[in-house]
Design a binder for this molecule. Structure first.
Ligand code: UD1
Length: 419
């Protein structure tokens, strides 16, 4: 991991070149958790080299899982996996640490696991996960930051999620494949990461119907066989660069995008902003004049526009030809970026869950600080739109999800470096 403390980025007049899009973070984390459901060796290709993946590796290692890494390939051997409590000092560094709960209950009928952490973008409770597990006959005890769960008989159930939480859907699926009998999940999340997880589990021998819909029917099948997995590209990283392209005249290629199905919603919003795209043979060709169309936008559950790209869209709209609005519907506290963008001379007013963004902004470089992953990436892009030089600090947040944003942006001609 790069030990730099900050990123210095200068105004970018034009983008030209190629960015290879890394493997997906949100996709690979549940797949890594799923390897615990079998005893054997699983090979995961196209794994992004990011902090969140390294923390998940450390959590699995706590459970005596052996992991070797060869470039972007992880070889995960769960043959000798053995029960251990997972310490809060590690689980608090990753929201997806909670996804180990389902597989641990299947494998050991118990789990003592510190509460999950992750980006501070809202309260991020886990009540939907826990309610689902209780329906599966799991005793749940939460004592400050330690969660203790036990089930002598993990029982399939019918459960209607009160909100289509991505993590809770994943966790329930991971437990249900190893439970006795059938589980029906209604109101399940339909994000691409759920589809990929289900298909991976099926390749391991699981029985799942309704993939891609909000009703999933899972038949418990006992122990699964280990399986290999080719990780898909990161639609949020691709979306970051696609939206960035709206605000800067550009002619760039995003490679490694083997299918645009999972980012149709993002491409559609980029088109509304004024970006032209064409996909062919694994490359998304992206062109724009740098003139951003103003509009009214809203985040939502898939296939609506993803909340993770909200700070990037908000930043790009500062350059729009008029005023815009952006409403956040998933997390209640995801407008941290506004305070930092104001340092750059942006004019944004937030009322409840909607940001009112003044277009035609003349942004001026200034030191700004990341406070979460996507907000940090958006600040780097804000620096590219600002006169002079912008210093982005706390870049550890960015490195949790972007393998190397400086390398990516240098590849399309940005004057940017680590310091
Ligand atoms: C995942 C993604 C994250 C993305 C989010 C929404 C990973 C590792 N992270 O996070 O990048 O922003 O989906 O697309 O895949 N909620 C509850 N109770 C729960 C669970 C969630 O109230 O038990 C609420 C959350 O507070 C939030 C909303 O549901 O307001 C969505 O959360 P969820 O879909 O669970 O997000 P994550 O799985 O944590």
């Amino acid at each position: 991991m790069n030990s730099a403390k900050a990123i210095c980025v200068k105004k970018t007049e034009r983008l030209q070149g190629r960015i290879e899009i890394q493997g997906s973070k949100n996709n690979v984390l549940p797949i890594m958790a799923a390897t615990l459901l079998s005893s054997g060796v699983s090979v995961i290709n196209n794994c992004p080299l990011i902090e969140d993946v390294f923390i998940m590796c450390r959590l699995l290692t706590c459970l005596h899982v052996k992991i070797d890494r060869f470039g972007h390939t992880l070889v995960i051997d769960t043959t000798e996996a053995a029960y251990e409590p997972l310490p809060y000092s590690l689980t608090c560094r990753l929201r997806a640490s909670i996804l180990l709960l389902g597989p641990m209950l299947v494998r050991w009928q118990k789990a003592e696991i510190g509460m999950p952490g992750g980006c501070a973008i809202g309260t991020r409770p886990i009540d939907i996960h826990l309610e689902g597990f209780m329906r599966m006959n799991v005793d749940v005890n939460l004592d400050e930051e330690i969660l203790t769960c036990q089930s002598y008989y993990l029982q399939g159930c019918e459960y209607h999620l009160r909100f289509p939480s991505v993590g809770a859907t994943e966790n329930m699926i991971l437990a249900a494949v190893g439970a006795k009998g059938r589980t029906i999940l209604r109101g399940a999340a339909r994000e691409p990461e759920i589809i990929e997880l289900c298909n991976y589990l099926i390749s391991m021998g699981a029985l799942i119907e309704g993939i891609g819909t909000d009703v999933l029917i899972i038949k418990g099948t006992g122990e699964l066989t280990s399986g290999d997995y080719e990780n898909v590209y990161d639609r949020i990283v691709a979306g970051t660069y696609l939206l960035m392209a709206a605000a800067i005249p550009c002619d760039i290629n995003l490679t490694g995008i083997d299918d645009t199905g999972y980012m149709k919603n993002i491409i559609q919003v980029a088109g509304t902003l004024g970006v032209q795209t064409e996909w062919s043979g694994g490359t998304l060709y992206v062109k724009s004049s740098g003139t951003v169309r103003a509009g009214n936008y809203k985040t939502g559950i898939y296939p609506a526009f993803p909340t993770d790209l909200q700070p990037i869209l908000l930043t790009v709209l500062l350059k729009a030809e008029g005023n815009s609005t952006l409403t956040e519907t998933i997390f209640e506290n995801r407008f941290h970026i506004v305070k930092e963008l104001e340092q750059l001379n942006a004019s944004i007013t937030v009322n409840k869950q909607t940001a009112y963004i003044r277009g035609h902004s003349r942004l001026e470089g200034h030191p700004v600080a990341s406070t979460d992953l996507r907000q940090g990436a958006a600040l780097v892009i804000a620096g590219m739109l600002s006169n002079g030089c912008t210093l982005v600090t706390n870049i550890g947040y960015i490195q949790r999800g972007y393998e190397d944003m400086v390398r990516d942006l240098q590849g399309v001609g940005t004057d940017i470096c680590y310091i």
